[in-house]
Design a protein around this ligand. Structure first.
Ligand SMILES: *Cc1c(COP(=O)(O)O)cnc(C)c1O
Length: 397
């Protein structure tokens, strides 16, 4: 068998880290309060602005995504205050658990898994109850669904309620316009579409949210206190020792995004996810998400009845070196998830589909193993040649 034993990381995070980012991190650790690192922080901050769609300064934490999810609650919701959690998957459940842990009076808007929240329903609830905050998952990685943040922001814009967004698996792969869409807190992390190793949490905060955060009667907070982090930002520092090496990698990843341009990056994610969905469908794996809200960064696929999803995931890894995710919830065994986040191109998706087709055949499914590749290639070919030649900057060629 000719499959190279390359380790092909296609999880819904952590995602594959490009060589260029790895190299940027292969250098001596910098003084976290010295000029070189100040430059790293300041550049990363400005390169993040177009991704968040804000004129503000993002704050960096040495944490996984859950750390900044927790920060977004602890800095806003005081014990006993009401919060509405939109629960349409596993990450919504996590937000509900965090809000409960901080003593919030948690109300839930349960949405069937695979569906996106209905903004008018959120608007109605928010008008009826005076929530301190509405917590929403931008991109539900358990179901492959992207929420309509623009409409949710519009629904809450004129209320005192803050809109808090877990964009951990979306930012950098799906469009976000924090300022224009009135998103009050947006949190993200390094290891998804931002193409870095895990370990940096990022938060971006609106002025409406700062008014609430600045109050002293919020939940207890120290390490994740946004007030401390904001003060650090004004000094070109972080209040505590940051993940210096990871942030050096993050700057490099953000430079790559900037060179490709953020809008082209967003378009590439949508294009790749579409090819993957169509290819998987041709192999008999239907998309789990409502197609009108299908995620550009995570594709959730329902496996055929005769195939065990967990066995499929294991086989893809053991035999083909392609690392995808199963489900760790009520969808276990039935839904697998494949990331198209960050450093991924058409070739990667075609090989993913080749491996998926072969694995299904190996496990006894009645499929034509190359059907997925053929279908995705058709999708990709249809829009190829639309773009400017990639060598236009080298006219001598
Ligand atoms: C990955 C992810 C997180 C963060 O998870 P950590 O393991 O804490 O980094 C949060 N929300 C969503 C939607 C995610 O996909």
């Amino acid at each position: 068998m000719s499959s190279h034993r390359r380790y092909r990381l296609r999880l819904p995070g952590p995602s594959a880290v490009p060589e260029r980012v790895v190299r940027a991190m292969s250098q001596p650790v910098l003084n976290h309060r010295g000029p070189e690192f100040r430059a790293v922080l300041s550049e990363a901050t400005s390169l993040l602005r177009p991704l968040f769609g804000t004129a503000g300064d993002a704050m960096f934490f040495a944490s996984s995504g859950t750390g900044v999810m927790e920060a977004s609650v602890a800095n806003v919701v005081a014990s006993g205050e009401r919060a509405l959690v939109i629960a349409n998957g596993q990450w919504g459940e996590r937000y509900a658990a965090i809000a409960k842990a901080f003593g919030a009076d948690v109300d839930r808007l349960d949405v069937p898994w695979g569906m996106a929240p209905d903004p008018s329903e959120v608007a109605q609830r928010a008008r009826a109850h005076r929530y301190r905050a509405v917590l929403v998952t931008h991109n539900e990685s358990s179901t492959g669904v992207t929420a309509n943040l623009e409409a949710l922001g519009a629904a809450l814009r004129d209320l005192d309620t803050l809109l808090i967004v877990d964009a951990v698996s979306g930012l950098g792969g799906a469009e976000i316009r924090q300022d224009e869409w009135s998103l009050d807190i947006v949190v993200a992390a390094s290891q998804k579409a931002l193409m870095c190793p895990p370990g940096v949490g990022i938060a971006s905060v609106s002025s409406k949210a700062w008014d609430v955060i600045e109050r002293d009667d919020r939940a207890p907070r120290f390490y994740l206190d946004f007030r401390k982090a904001r003060h650090g930002t004004t000094q070109g520092e972080t209040p505590f020792t940051p993940a210096v090496t990871l942030l050096t990698g993050l700057r490099e990843a953000l430079l790559m995004i900037s060179e490709e341009t953020p809008s082209a990056v967003v378009a590439r994610h949508a294009h790749l996810a579409r090819g993957l969905r169509k290819g998987a469908e041709a192999l008999g794996l239907a998309g789990f998400a409502d197609p009108t809200h299908a995620s550009p960064t995570v594709t959730a696929l329902t496996v055929p009845d005769e195939v065990d999803g967990a066995a499929l995931v294991k086989h893809l890894y053991r035999v083909y070196g392609t690392v995808v995710a199963g489900s760790r919830n009520k969808l276990a065994g039935r839904v697998i998830r494949i990331g198209t986040m960050g450093h991924v191109d058409e070739g990667d998706v075609l090989v993913d589909l080749l491996h998926l087709g072969a694995a299904l055949r190996d496990l006894g499914a009645d499929v034509e193993p190359a059907a997925g590749v053929a279908e995705a290639a058709r999708v990709f070919a249809a829009s190829m040649g639309d773009e400017a030649p990639i060598l236009q900057e080298h006219p001598e060629l």
